[in-house]
Write a protein that binds this ligand. Structure first.
Ligand SMILES: [Zn+2]
Length: 266
């Protein structure tokens, strides 16, 4: 072997280290830039503990990487006590990470309503955000039900089933790079008293006949991702969100990523 080849070999052996050092540099620079001036600011209200803790924990880990990659900042709250107009005015996007729409303070409810209706920021809600009805001694929040298309929660599939989701609006930015159909495994699939379709723009729906194993808990037309175009805020509701394993499903993470970039622009 010639000396040239040996040198080349040495450089090639060092490449992973060089890449690692470069990566650390870029990573560090992005984190610093984020501290100084994020492109936008996000607040997420996250359920504390309970059955959805693994989902919330996986979401936080994924969002930490997304925040660096996309240059946004993210703060977390675990109840609604801080929410008022001044608090929300700091943020371009509000993410409801499995936080139910009841037991909010009256101030938080009024401020959130203005934020959505007047488009002061965007919104992404997951799973528990449509737990609409009377729960834990609280009445249903009628405005939130209207925001979600005039629905009321009826049932869920407690045994979890796998279903095929169909993209209905492939041209919508939230659906970018998603296949026409994708699989969501072991989901709880809520049903409602009626389809929100007449009142919202449906972006994706689940085929209840694709459930594996089959389930008798069905509602017919079953939207699972939608946006309410009657309010000024860019908003997306994503039904999926029980298990942390969703963050290993590229269709789900693509959907979440697209939703962040779209909803944060007002
Ligand atoms: Zn759940």
């Amino acid at each position: 072997m010639s000396r040239r080849h040996t040198l080349l070999g040495s450089v090639l052996r060092l490449l992973p280290l060089i890449a690692l050092a470069w990566g650390a540099h870029v990573f560090g620079a992005a984190a610093t830039a984020q501290d100084v001036q994020p492109k936008f600011r996000v607040v997420a209200i996250a359920e504390k503990g309970g059955i959805h803790k693994p989902f919330v924990d996986a979401a936080k880990a994924w969002l930490a990487r997304e925040a660096i990659a996309d240059g946004f900042s993210i703060d977390y709250i675990e109840d609604t006590s801080k929410i008022d107009d001044a608090f929300l005015s700091q943020y371009q996007l509000f993410i409801q990470l499995n936080y139910a729409p009841y037991a909010w303070t009256p101030t938080a409810m009024a401020a959130f309503q203005r934020y959505i209706e007047e488009g002061r920021g965007g919104w992404i809600g997951f799973h528990h955000a449509t737990l609409l009805g009377e729960f834990d001694g609280y009445p249903m929040w009628p405005w939130f039900s209207t925001f979600m298309g005039g629905i009321r929660f009826t049932k869920y599939i407690p045994t979890f089933v796998t279903g095929t989701v169909t993209v209905e609006a492939p041209d919508h930015p939230v659906m970018k790079n998603l296949p026409a159909h994708f699989i969501i495994e072991n989901e709880e699939w809520y049903t409602y008293d009626k389809s929100p379709r007449p009142n919202v723009r449906v972006l994706a729906s689940v085929d209840e006949n694709s459930y594996k194993p089959a389930s008798s808990i069905k509602m017919g037309d079953h939207p699972v991702v939608w946006t309410n175009e009657h309010v000024k805020a860019r908003n997306v509701y994503i039904f999926m969100g029980h298990h942390g394993e969703l963050f290993q499903n590229s269709a789900f993470t693509t959907l979440f990523h697209n939703s962040i970039l779209w909803a944060a622009q007002q």
